[in-house]
Write a protein that binds this ligand. Sequence first.
Ligand code: ASP
Ligand code: MG
Length: 409
Amino acid sequence: MALVVQKFGGTSVADADRIRNVARRVVETRRAGNDVVVVVSAMGKTTDELIRLADQVSSTPYLREMDMLLTAGERISMALLAMAIQDHGLDAMSLTGSQAGILTTNAHGSAKITEIRGDRVRAGLDEGRIVIVAGFQGVDPDSKEITTLGRGGSDATAVALAAALSADACEIFTDVDGVYTADPRMVASARKLEEVSFEEMLELASSGAGVLMARSVEFGRRYNVPIHVRSSFHDGPGTWVKEKTMEEAVIRGVAHDASEAKVTVHGVPDKPGVAVALFEPLASEGVLVDMIVQNVSNAGTTDISFTVPVEQLDAARTIAQTVAESVGAAGVDVDENIAKVSLVGAGMKSETGVAARMFRILSDHGINIEMISTSPVRISCVVRGDQVTEAVTSLHDGFDPPRMSAVNS
Ligand code: ASP
Ligand code: MG
């Protein structure tokens, strides 16, 4: 008998009908002879609504109380799903993150899972039950305080739970059919991928592909839990995210991200200690710096540009201005109208000319490249925000992913 962890996102449990539909799918999996653990998100836009309510009653809601509030969302859907499953004559039991033994750090609102005890989950399975666990939450074992894992955290709950239980697979049911070669809302010819490696999925997720949270992919990779991303609305197969893919792709997909802004510090003295003077305070304020580009020195000074999430732009600008003054830089510029386009594919490690071809395609479309960064399996360019659709579409047309490498195809 296989053990399957199934995760259903907010859209999949948005109302009573959909919850009954989820119950049917869970029951089918169970009747096919599998042990099933289900992880649920809060119904529909519940989490957003709870956040709005908090903002209405308080100007600065305490993070502890936010966690008490938001964890209630997943509690509602887990109990309703248990009832809907029980209606099929099967035994089901819901557990909060804390009851399921999901232990976390103490960071309210952005806690990290440190350990999954899972005793009650295993006991429930041993008794022949379907066990439903509330996603996105846990407990700090020292303070006994309830925590949440950050927005979209139910994916991480599911994959971490699958790892801890040595499940055979983790199925993430969502409102899209799987992982696509590009955002299908932007590129009509985008195709659903049959499979993608953990390494590629991590790059896609952190380059803007919203299907899976990067942190959950990281868990999958670390503990080698294959993840099946599939639609909750039909039975067809989705995309498998796993260690090794059958074929190695030069380009698996094109991702884009318009959620970052660029900060440039002009005319910084080109000498030791300047970069650290800037990036240390950014780090200690928790600003998530993504790309960094430093220009060549010109008459002893240089420009440093970096990108940060738009929500952190004000914080980043304030820090950059303070540092600019103290190191004698010429000034600070910010630019919100940028977007990042990325090509991802594990096969590009052993293929030459991918970057050149990317730059050719962008140039043929009159798209200026403002920053470039690479990893072994990714090339990203920052372009003007209003050219992002053209950049993604032309790169997708030009590279036609998933383009397999010659060795394997
Ligand atoms: N309900 C939480 C959110 O909306 C967690 C999740 O859906 O994964 O962020
Ligand atoms: Mg969600």
